[in-house]
Design a protein around this ligand. Structure first.
Ligand SMILES: Cc1cc2nc3c(=O)[nH]c(=O)nc-3n(C[C@H](O)[C@H](O)[C@H](O)COP(=O)(O)OP(=O)(O)OC[C@H]3O[C@@H](n4cnc5c(N)ncnc54)[C@H](O)[C@@H]3O)c2cc1C
Length: 422
């Protein structure tokens, strides 16, 4: 069978991405000349750089990150619960990229200029580009947590972005017997919607063994949360009386945090913690704002068909930083978007119309090492429109906390780590 590049890309935008990649595509001079730069060595950035290289090996791709290594959040709740080491979250960036013929450069991207399109690094270097793909992750809205600021997170960790999982794990391990861990969960949208509740579950698994009278209080800015029925059923079964979830409806909004006293003041009450984990409200990584790509919501506004910014042509944004219809912000979603974005960028470099992507998110949460729950969403375009909608969704039923799902979750972790960092 002869496969045209158009057929090839068509296959690639759907679930046949991997099988399509086994075939050798034809070479195109337009792709050979293209200068594609990816910013961000996380789940979105690495996967889009690799997908472009797989689809168009002739296309030169440079990936820039501010660091030589990447600290994963995926799997960090296992570290916080004492089930994995902090070191296991570290991923080396340069060698896997070199193996895929992707140029890696360390640098802090600070701005872009147009006509001609150039990327500017903090050290003064400039790099010309034809297509720029950003996956800069998230930043915190410290201004929305009175009493807290970035510098205090050394004592009151968020553990929601690079490098604090070990610190929170240490504090939990050294908490007094019968003490209280408070986790504050932010308003939507934010990175990994089930993250705070998986964290509570895994810490409860630790407390059950080492600090059985300890309590976990979740002070939530929301009135419901992801996989709520399955989490609640699991907590009743495995951690009765240990985890208490307090919704926005019960205690109102957070007023302020008294950091020295580790006390959270809500509208109607105050709660004192032995260990305090404030997960602040979030917005796109600062780069989105610096490049003028964010809207009033604080997230990057993109066309979900191509991931191209609605504010700047030829700049695409994927992963947590972007609003991609109703898709949640997860590593799985970032990888799915990365693959679809690779197809969109190649189509556009070839002067061809976009191909409609079908996107999937599947997200596991551990209850303990033996039990996990999951949620799946399939996203596509409303007929005849540019609007990305949820086509179908499903989650673990509350009564079905399976060991099978924990094994599947482990298998998926290994697969995405291999595909992203291998
Ligand atoms: C506790 C927790 C548990 C999670 N568990 C799961 C899970 O089970 N499953 C799942 O699918 N997802 C999970 N996630 C979510 C997942 O970690 C994120 O969705 C994913 O990392 C998003 O990828 P990204 O590429 O958008 O951003 P990131 O992975 O944050 O990568 C951003 C990269 O951009 C770089 N960067 C930013 N700005 C610049 C700049 N100006 N110049 C140069 N480089 C820059 C940063 O250094 C970083 O390397 C979890 C998250 C948390 C917090």
């Amino acid at each position: 069978m002869t496969l045209s590049r158009r057929d090839f890309l068509g296959l690639s935008s759907g679930g046949l991405f991997l099988s399509a990649c086994q075939l050798t595509p034809p070479q195109y001079p337009a792709l050979k000349r293209a200068r594609v730069i990816v910013v961000g060595g996380g789940f979105g950035g690495l996967n889009v750089a690799k997908a472009i290289k797989r689809l168009a090996p002739e296309c030169p791709v440079t990936l820039i990150d501010r660091d030589l290594s990447y600290t994963r959040c995926l799997g960090s709740n296992l570290v916080i619960g004492g089930f994995a080491s902090e070191q296991s979250l570290q991923q080396d960036l340069p060698s896997p990229l070199a193996a895929k013929n992707i140029t890696f450069q360390v640098g802090e991207v600070v701005r872009v200029s147009h006509n001609p399109s150039r990327l500017h690094l903090a050290d003064g270097q400039t790099l010309p580009f034809d297509r720029l793909i950003l996956s800069p992750g998230i930043d915190f809205r410290w201004d929305q947590v009175p009493g807290m600021e970035e510098s205090l997170s050394g004592q009151i960790p968020h553990a929601y972005k690079g490098g604090q999982a070990g610190l929170l794990a240490y504090q939990i391990k050294h908490m007094r017997q019968g003490g209280t861990l408070i986790i504050t969960a932010p308003q939507n949208p934010y990175r990994c919607p089930p993250g705070p509740y998986e964290r509570a579950s895994l810490v409860a698994a630790y407390f059950k063994q080492h600090n059985p009278k300890a309590k976990i209080l979740i002070l939530d800015a929301k009135s419901r949360f992801s996989k709520q029925k399955a989490f609640t059923a699991a907590w009743d079964r495995y951690y009765p009386d240990m985890i208490e979830w307090i919704s926005y409806e019960t205690e109102g909004e957070m007023d302020h945090v008294d950091a020295p006293k580790r006390t959270v003041h809500m509208a109607f009450n105050r709660f004192r913690a032995d260990v305090l984990n404030v997960i602040p409200p979030q917005k796109a990584g600062r780069l989105g704002e610096q490049l003028g790509l964010t809207d009033a919501s604080g997230w990057c506004d993109v066309d979900p068909m191509t991931f191209e910014s609605r504010r700047h042509p030829r700049i695409h944004v994927i992963g947590d930083a972007a609003t991609i219809g109703p898709m949640p912000k997860s590593a799985f979603a970032a990888q799915a978007q990365a693959r679809a974005c690779a197809v969109a960028v190649i189509q556009s470099l070839l002067g061809r119309p976009p191909l409609e992507p079908r996107l999937i998110n599947h997200c596991y949460s551990f209850i303990d090492q033996q039990h996990a729950i999951s949620i799946t969403g399939v996203y596509g375009f409303k007929a005849g429109s540019q609007e990305l909608i949820t086509l179908s969704q499903g989650e673990t039923p509350p009564g079905a906390l399976g060991e099978t799902e924990a094994a599947e979750a482990q298998g998926w972790y290994q697969l995405i780590l291999e595909q992203t960092f291998g």
